[in-house]
Design a protein around this ligand. Structure first.
Ligand SMILES: O=c1ccn([C@H]2C[C@H](O)[C@@H](CO)O2)c(=O)[nH]1
Ligand SMILES: [Zn+2]
Length: 130
């Protein structure tokens, strides 16, 4: 089966990851409501808490380009387990997504599980609350 180009972009991003401490490269790729694609990788740091997640990198690229609406996001890791976005990333995706925003959790072979943002972060707090 042919992959969505967004999956290939997430794989590309994973290959650029800087993860010497965890040896756990992650890539993320966003499709916005306008159809533009953005990607990011995790970037770790010798001061461990300063590392950033792949999803955060992709969101940063999107905002830098002047876009703020995530339609779907692919997250890919290369281990056996599901690389489900961490709690902080769920909230970051929430800022620019909706309850229905699709999150595709992938391995190198393709999508392993597709869920909505609401599945990952029910009863969430967002910009509409302020
Ligand atoms: O969804 C995730 C989960 C983990 N990581 C990164 C953070 C850290 O660099 C490494 C191990 O936790 O994986 C991400 O980028 N995204
Ligand atoms: Zn994260």
């Amino acid at each position: 089966m042919k992959h969505d180009p967004l999956f290939d972009l997430a794989i590309d991003a994973m290959q650029a990851a800087y993860s010497p401490y965890s040896q756990f490269p992650v890539g993320a790729a966003i499709r916005t409501s306008k159809g533009t694609l953005f990607s990011g990788c995790n970037v770790e740091n010798a001061a461990f808490p300063e590392g950033t997640c792949a999803e955060a990198g992709a969101i940063s690229a999107m905002v830098r380009a002047g876009e703020t609406q995530i339609q779907e996001i692919y997250v890919v890791g290369n281990g056996d387990k599901l690389v489900s976005p961490c709690g902080g990333c769920r909230q970051k995706i929430r800022e620019f997504g909706t309850a229905e925003t699709r999150v595709h959790i992938c391995g190198p072979e393709g999508i392993r599980k597709s869920v909505t943002l609401n599945d990952l972060l029910p009863l969430s707090f967002g910009p509409d609350h302020l």
